[in-house]
Ligand binder design. Structure first.
Ligand SMILES: Cc1ncc(COP(=O)(O)O)c(C=O)c1O
Length: 392
């Protein structure tokens, strides 16, 4: 069977590979604990599920959701209210908001809507792997911009070579950042808008962790920066704040031309989001904000436990203040992969090697806090035992 050339450039998707590895070990009877994937285990709040069920019985919702192809107007209006309340950002539901089947599809459609074959698209290294895949599938040329601990994991825009910036037509960014947990500053966002204007670069600011914050970190949207709507869109999602990863609901907000272009891609691809999911999303945004506070408390306790365990085995670092991930420096003298393999072979714990996110991820692993408390406690006990009782 012929398979399209565009797929041969795309590396296997990290989490699919990890899932296979975990499934194989479990089939052999190993009690594997995975701290690798960012997928909350606690249920979606019941009232959100109730709203899905209630609206699913209405036959009007069984038809194609295409009469409002940008997503139901009532969903977009609720997103506008949410952005106003949470971020002080004003959006016009008529042309500055588009419903998405999760922010991941938004990344892909952003490329199809904006990028011509051969255009350079900037992305961070380390970075969310789906950006590279989307760029390649759309015929673009990814260019990695390093994000390093010494710069608080923010790109140094002035270090991007001018010839590359001139050829770039798009840029993916994501703060609070997966994988590092770093948060953007308002100054950085202002600089980003100026940089994007100077070089005509459309920014795709992927912000699904905008609500998952610790230690007094304020909520930040790219759209808070003056002029942001002139140069880009922000993607957001209900996956992480409301434990709705499987529901597939998100939104693109910002530049009206880009929203219209992404909408055109979607009209010709997926015909929209099942209405009951949008009704459930409206309910989540309207009624369940306190659930986010609850989950932040849960993640906060897990974060403390992991940090305390790492300290006991000699790993110290100042954790960034966003996301439910910890970006952990590996012990001296080991590579990311060596540490990952040792954890898996000796303790049956899976973490994500930093190099899975790019070459600048060397020296780190990513630990996700989206595991039940008792499993995390067990994982930490195993790690402590392995690294305090063995000689090396
Ligand atoms: C940076 C980033 N963007 C997008 C996504 C996908 O989010 P969604 O479930 O809304 O598609 C993830 C999920 O892990 C992510 O980490």
């Amino acid at each position: 069977m012929q398979i399209a050339d565009r797929l041969t450039k795309i590396p296997p998707y990290l989490f699919m590979e990890l899932r296979k590895k975990i499934a194989k070990a479990r089939a052999e009877g190993v009690d594997v604990i995975s701290l690798a994937i960012g997928d909350p285990v606690e249920a979606t709040p019941k009232t959100i599920i109730d709203e899905l069920c209630r609206t699913a019985y209405d036959p009007a919702n069984h038809r194609y959701p295409t009469d409002e192809e940008k997503g139901m107007l009532s969903f977009r209006q609720e997103v506008a209210r949410w952005y106003q309340d949470r971020y002080g950002v004003t959006l016009d539901p008529a042309n500055e908001i588009l419903g998405l089947i999760g922010s991941k599809e938004g990344c892909h459609h952003f490329i199809l809507a904006r990028i011509n074959p051969g255009d350079v698209v900037l992305m961070t290294d380390p970075g969310y792997p789906a950006y590279r895949s989307s760029i390649l599938m759309g015929g673009g040329e990814p260019y990695n911009v390093p994000i390093l601990a010494k710069n608080d994991y923010l790109p140094v825009l002035g270090d991007i070579p001018t010839d590359i910036a001139k050829k770039a037509r798009g840029m993916f960014l994501n703060y609070p950042n997966n994988p590092t947990g770093a948060c953007a500053t308002k100054k950085f966002l202002n600089d980003l808008v100026a940089f994007a204007k100077q070089y005509d670069i459309a920014v795709c600011y992927d912000n699904p962790y905008s609500e998952i914050l610790f230690a007094g970190q304020e909520r930040i949207s790219f759209l808070m920066a003056p002029g942001a709507k002139d140069v880009g869109v922000e993607l957001n999602s209900l996956s992480k704040p409301f434990n709705m990863c499987g529901w597939r609901l998100g939104m693109a907000c910002g530049n009206a031309d880009l929203i219209a272009a992404i909408s055109k891609v979607k009209e010709n691809t997926d015909s929209g989001i099942f209405n009951p999911i949008q009704f459930a999303g409206i309910h989540a945004l309207k009624q369940e904000a306190s659930f986010i506070d609850h989950m932040i408390e849960v993640y906060g306790k897990r974060r403390e436990l992991v940090l305390a365990t790492l300290k006991k085995i000699g790993i110290f670092f100042a954790p960034p203040k966003g996301t439910f991930y910890l970006w952990v420096p590996v012990p001296e003298g080991m590579t990311s992969l060596e540490f990952t393999n040792r954890l898996f072979d000796k303790t049956a714990i899976v973490v994500a090697a930093g190099t899975a996110y790019g070459k600048y991820g060397e020296g780190y692993v990513r630990i996700s806090l989206t595991v039940p408390d008792d499993r995390l406690a067990e994982a930490m006990a195993r790690i402590e035992k392995e690294f305090t009782s063995s000689a090396d």
